[in-house]
Design a protein around this ligand. Structure first.
Ligand code: MG
Ligand code: ZN
Length: 225
């Protein structure tokens, strides 16, 4: 029985990888650069997405796929108010996005009219790491109130991401977060990962993040031309 269970789970993951590849191909054909934004609940996924849309909406056409485990669509509304074309994915209790859900959401978006697609994953540091979506960049947001031990406790997540945001740096004087211990943990898993310490609230450090997004979107546009 154990062997059968493992096979099913591997089949599900390999089927997911196939759909993720198709998603990537569809994004590439449409000239869209896509980010899979992952974090624990409350780390600031929606806040960072909101700031990004507000700052770059004038020069990039932004799409947003928001997921939550319920029908609560307030985060999708925030992105829409900031200027993105948005789809809300209600996973009905499921704790991660998979490529099939993203494919369905992509079909509701005018991909040809979008330059940048921000996919807000479910707040969870465990399974989103295993389920690839077809996005070009997997981005993790850590936040200072979570504590500096998270790379040690969720190594798979920290190991697999392409970029790391450290949000809520404005709270550093008030919370127990040893930045050096955090960085040591990250370096052991994902040496040299592109890192952005910032505060969505104060705006400190946002400029570097926004410049990075703009540069990857420009590179994508140059390839698509
Ligand atoms: Mg959110
Ligand atoms: Zn899950």
């Amino acid at each position: 029985m154990t062997v059968k269970t493992i096979l099913i789970s591997e089949n599900a993951l390999s089927a997911n990888r196939e759909i993720a590849k198709q998603n990537r191909a569809a994004l590439d054909v449409a000239g869209v650069v896509a980010l899979n934004v992952m974090a624990s609940p409350g780390a600031g996924k929606t806040s960072l997405i909101e700031r990004t849309i507000e700052a770059l909406g004038g020069r990039l056409r932004v799409g947003m796929i928001n997921s939550d485990t319920s029908s609560a669509a307030m985060d999708a509304e925030r992105a829409e108010n900031a200027g993105a074309v948005t789809v809300h994915l209600n996973t009905a209790g499921r704790c991660h996005l998979d490529a099939g859900m993203v494919r369905d959401a992509m079909q509701c978006l005018p991909l040809g009219d979008i330059d940048l697609l921000l996919i807000e994953n479910i707040g969870n540091l465990v399974c989103p790491a295993a389920w690839k979506l077809g996005a070009h960049w997997n981005v993790l947001i850590a936040s200072t109130p979570e504590g500096d031990d998270k790379p040690y406790k969720y190594p798979k997540m920290y190991n697999d991401v392409d970029a790391l945001v450290i949000n809520k740096t404005d709270l550093l004087p008030y919370v127990s977060f040893d930045l050096d211990n955090f960085k040591r943990g990250v370096e052991g898993l994902n040496y040299g990962v592109t890192t952005f310490p910032l505060s969505c609230r104060s705006g400190e450090g946002l400029e570097q993040w926004l410049a990075w997004i703009a540069s990857i979107a420009d590179r994508k546009a140059a390839i698509a031309r």
